[in-house]
Design a protein around this ligand. Structure first.
Ligand code: ADP
Ligand code: MG
Length: 255
């Protein structure tokens, strides 16, 4: 199966009970592009990311990730989910990093990073460990492989989480407010790793409140409010000259 590093969403709808959380979202991320999603709490950003990662199914709309359909509309109505085996294959090519690092607390950094390749890809422990050491070095944590999450700072833990996601050799990386749980002085080291990834051509969809990162690194910014994509466009353009009143008000609050 090809993994082309693209995300296409057209008119995505998602409800929890009677609460419509995504109300017709369009999104397009080309291979190697960085797209940032901004917007107030409760606007549906995490839900959108979880749909892109197959953690949630959408109710309606087209969602094509890595050139494969996660869901599609047939004859204008019913949503058809992909089969579980296919879904697992698709999900293995999408890395996700959460606000709360989500490392296994009882495993060392190295074991955290190698767990996916060993368990899912059935790679030998020796090869997986060598890869894990390389990845930890790539995120600036050479020599920290033997440490447990509790022995690492929040910024270090989040960098381990990034290395763990990269260990599965994803073609797309999703980040859900990766620096929101960090003390301010630790935000920069995580953003630096993300910038480095971006410069190496990784397709990235990033929910963030770091407007400086969005301005410097993103190709496109999507502003969500109330489950709707209020404004979408060139990152610097949207952040400097938002067209929509709701975007202007949000940016005035956060900048
Ligand atoms: P954001 O990430 O922008 O803060 P979320 O996608 O987390 O927004 O949530 C959007 C809305 O959907 C919120 O009102 C939230 O309470 C609701 N929601 C999210 N996940 C669930 C769920 N699993 N069940 C019910 N409601 C949910
Ligand atoms: Mg969220």
């Amino acid at each position: 199966m090809k993994a082309d590093g693209t995300i296409v969403a057209r008119q995505l709808y998602k409800s929890f009970g009677s609460h419509e959380v995504l109300r017709g979202i369009d999104l397009s991320v080309k291979a190697g592009e960085i797209s940032c999603i901004i917007g107030p709490s409760g606007s549906g950003k995490s839900t959108l990311l979880r749909c892109v990662n197959g953690l949630e199914t959408v109710d309606r709309g087209v969602l094509r990730v890595n050139g494969e359909d996660f869901g599609y509309v047939e004859k204008g109505n019913a949503y058809h989910a992909v089969r579980p085996q296919r879904l697992a294959e698709q999900r293995a090519r999408i890395g996700m990093v959460f606000q709360q690092f989500n490392l296994f607390p009882n495993m060392t950094a190295e074991d955290n990073v190698m767990s996916g390749p060993v368990l899912v890809k059935k790679i030998s422990r020796k090869v997986a460990r060598e890869q894990a050491q390389k990845l930890l070095a790539q995120v600036g944590l050479a020599g920290c492989g033997h440490k447990y999450p509790a022995q690492l700072s929040g910024g270090q833990q989040q960098r381990v989480a990034i290395a763990r996601a990269l260990a599965m050799e994803p073609s797309i990386m999703l980040f859900d407010e990766p620096t929101s749980a960090l003390d301010p002085e630790l935000v920069g080291e995580v953003l630096a790793v993300m910038r480095d990834l971006a410069h190496h051509g990784m397709t990235m969809l990033v929910v963030t409140h770091e407007m400086g990162f969005a301005r410097d690194v993103a190709d496109e910014v999507l502003f969500m409010d109330g489950g709707v994509a209020v404004e979408r466009g060139d990152a610097r353009e949207v952040l400097a000259n938002p067209r929509e009143k709701r975007t202007q008000e949000f940016l005035e609050r956060v900048l």
